[in-house]
Write a protein that binds this ligand. Structure first.
Ligand code: ADP
Ligand code: MG
Length: 697
């Protein structure tokens, strides 16, 4: 049934509901849940209001209102009172509408967070509701849902109150037709309430216990079905007999392995074993390799590539930036020296003349390993028999780009895929994002790494910071200084960078000190010249934007100075910090910040000082900013939009739902048994046709 046919919803409101909330049918409406509840029974007296975090509700009369400022600076201040006292309400948006509505003398319910301003209590942008009119009964004891809303909806008359009315109508009309989605045995085993009960109580809780039962059931179901669909895909794929067989390790692997200058860490060995067994399984490998910066993923990539080569296939390693691809190439060719395997580099700046022999070598099979950037997925690159694709720093490649790589394989079977990421992803996110991939984790650092001391330094202490740097340089160390570069204000950022560079050159004058600079607007020649100067130790300081964020390896660099650190996210700060601490000397990360730093930024920076564990930081980042904003995830987006559960806050529930989904699939892998027919039907819905991150063929 279309929402339009509910009383009070004409074509106009129906279209608003569709465009603003994606609600077209009454069923959609029922699945639009409140994001908060107002407890109508508790009204706080103004005299009892204290500053702090909790939301409160006051029932008060408008005394007067005052408009100040102009344009964007306009502000509406409204004085309200109840029998116990007076309070100010402040508005910066929707001023005209609010001004007209809050006529002196009228009474409203105001819901919001009180705060203290100039020693007085006020509330900024409280929600406004008409006082209860249908008698005291309605007013006490009920929790009222607050629904997502927009200005357009409110202006179109779809207020919170109207939403509540619509919901009541919708439930009256269709709750009888709602079909249970979870099989009886699941409800019983997991102690979940029936769907009808859940929907009724999520909108109109009879009491707080009923509400939490309803929420629990709906969240669990959502996470369970998501995991079920991901795991089912994984299961289907792992059954398909379409993997290239790579049964042996081969001579090249052994030659490289025996010449390694160090012993592999236990974690590296374990991961290589996991990969080995994938390659011998006859199924396509789709593995995510997570390992913090510096954990030694490159070596794993090299050895895996050599297995492919040893079995007569080619391997490609794709990096997100030219600098990184070049660095990989330099490192990897060194490891390959004892093997005699031909390895080439193909990046945007590779000239036409250089490309020809590479293209030929890829087609005749004489190039065993190719390292590159996006240039690798250009149309004129063809392989003889690509058997393995390794993608470094996965989050920078879109799904589409990866799928292009696939078409490169001239073999019947799709190449094996190893995705490497240094961005630690919270467990819950990994389970969802890569729910259908196998995950390996390098959770052990190579021996000898010293902890990095992280310091928070404010602008006023800059001279002391320079002295500190000077001392380190005099002891032979090198220093990174990184400036934020945020796309929107690129021009300004470059001014900051240039100004910063000039200051550094003034403070650290030639010939005693040498300062290199690298940024995205340089040609790749200039970039390379500067990078090389720093890598070779000819420059003491490298001033740069975040182009050095990934992969740059200069063990002698012991200080990472991050300017305007408050402008970076936790994940990025962590990546940057990982550039130091790679040598034998004690390393430092200096977070510079201005005087005005928001509370949230400050917490972020303090967290950086408190821990070096990337996974812990990622968890915190997700809690603070929500999973959608997590760095490294924006581009690909979540596989499905969650309606009620939260990856940031329902981790426990997610684990439970996932292991239960595994349990269900273990008994009925194709969900074809009758008891599971409702589950199979749910998974056929659009919502669960999640992007398959691994099936890139
Ligand atoms: P990642 O790519 O995971 O950030 P790298 O592969 O660049 O890390 O490795 C970081 C550094 O550690 C490199 O200098 C590498 O040579 C070194 N390394 C890797 N594995 C080991 C090991 N098992 N023992 C000692 N050093 C190692
Ligand atoms: Mg790396």
């Amino acid at each position: 049934m279309e929402v339009q046919y509910l009383p009070g919803v004409g074509p106009k409101r129906a279209s608003l509901l569709r465009t603003e909330l994606e609600v077209s049918t009454v069923g959609d409406l029922l699945h639009t849940y409140p994001f908060r509840y107002i407890d109508r029974s508790s009204v706080t007296q103004i005299a009892d209001v204290r500053g702090g975090n909790a939301y409160i509700q006051i029932l008060a009369q408008v005394v007067s209102s005052e408009l100040t400022g102009k344009g964007a600076k306009q502000r509406l201040s409204v004085l309200v009172r109840d029998l116990s006292g007076e309070m100010e309400l402040v508005f910066f948006k929707g001023i005209k509408y609010t001004y007209d509505r809050l006529k002196p003398g009228s009474i409203f319910l105001f819901f919001g967070k009180p705060s203290v301003y100039n020693g007085k209590m006020n509330m900024v942008h409280p929600e406004i509701d008409n006082p209860p009119t249908e008698g005291a009964q309605n007013f006490s004891g009920t929790l009222t849902g607050v629904y997502p809303s927009t200005d357009k909806l409110r202006n179109g008359g779809v207020t919170g109150k109207v939403m509540n009315k619509l919901m009541a109508e919708a439930i009256d009309r269709v709750i009888g037709d709602v079909e249970e989605t979870l099989p009886e045995y699941i409800l019983k085993e997991k102690g979940l309430v029936p769907l009808k009960y859940a929907i009724r109580n999520i909108h109109f809780p009879s009491d707080p216990t009923a509400l939490s039962k309803a929420q629990y059931r709906l969240k669990w179901e959502e996470l369970f079905l998501l995991q079920l669909s991901l795991l089912k895909q994984k299961y289907v794929r792992s059954r398909a007999e379409n993997g290239i067989m790579m049964p042996k390790v081969g001579a090249a692997f052994n030659a490289c392995y025996n010449a390694l200058p160090y012993e592999l860490t236990g974690a590296q060995k374990r991961v290589i074993k996991e990969i080995r067994s994938d390659l011998m399984s006859g199924h396509q490998m789709n593995r995510l390799l997570q390992g913090d910066v510096g954990s030694g993923k490159t070596m794993v990539a090299v050895l895996t590539s050599l297995i492919a080569v040893g079995n007569g296939y080619q391997a490609c390693i794709m990096a997100p930036t030219e600098v990184l691809a070049q660095q990989h190439y330099a490192n990897i060719t060194r490891y390959l020296a004892p093997t005699g395997v031909r390895c080439e580099l193909l990046i945007g700046s590779t000239t036409k003349a250089e490309r020809r022999p590479i293209h030929e070598g890829l087609q005749d099979g004489s190039v065993g390993i190719i390292i590159g950037t996006h240039a690798l997925i250009e149309d004129d690159v063809k392989f003889k028999n690509l058997g393995l694709a390794i993608i470094d720093e996965q989050h920078r490649f879109g799904v589409d780009q990866r799928s292009k790589l696939w078409s490169k394989g001239a073999t019947v079977s799709p190449p094996h895929v190893l995705v490497m990421t240094a961005t630690p992803i919270p467990r819950t996110l990994a389970m969802t994002f890569y729910g259908d991939l196998d995950v390996s984790v390098i959770d052990e650092m190579p021996p000898g790494r010293k902890p990095i001391q992280t310091m928070l330094i404010w602008e006023g202490k800059r001279p002391a910071m320079y002295n500190f740097i000077r001392k380190e340089i005099d002891n032979g160390r090198q220093v990174f200084i990184v400036y934020p570069l945020i796309f929107e204000s690129e021009k300004l950022d470059y001014q900051n960078l240039e100004a910063g560079y000039e200051e550094i050159v003034r403070r650290f004058p030639m010939p005693r000190y040498k300062v290199a600079i690298v940024h995205g607007q340089q040609t790749s020649d200039v970039k390379k010249f500067n990078m090389d100067a720093f890598a070779a130790g000819r420059a003491n300081i490298l001033v740069s934007t975040t182009v050095i964020e990934v992969g740059v390896d200069v063990p002698n660099a012991s200080i990472m100075v991050i300017e305007n650190a408050e402008r970076f996210g936790l994940a990025q700060l962590h990546q940057l910090r990982g550039r130091v601490g790679r040598g034998s000397e004690k390393s430092y990360c200096v977070l510079m910040h201005g005087n005005k730093v928001s509370k949230e930024s400050r917490r972020r920076l303090e967290l950086m000082c408190a821990t070096e564990n990337g996974f812990d930081l990622a968890e915190e980042d997700m809690k603070m900013r929500g999973p959608g904003d997590l760095e490294g995830t924006q581009q690909s987006g979540l596989p499905i939009a969650l309606n009620i559960a939260s990856l940031a806050h329902d981790g426990q529930l997610l684990s439970d739902a996932r292991s239960y989904a595994e349990h269900v699939l273990a008994n009925d892998p194709t969900l074809s048994e009758r008891v599971n027919s409702s589950l199979a039907a749910e998974l056929r819905k659009d919502k669960y046709s999640v992007k398959d991150y691994s099936k890139i063929s």
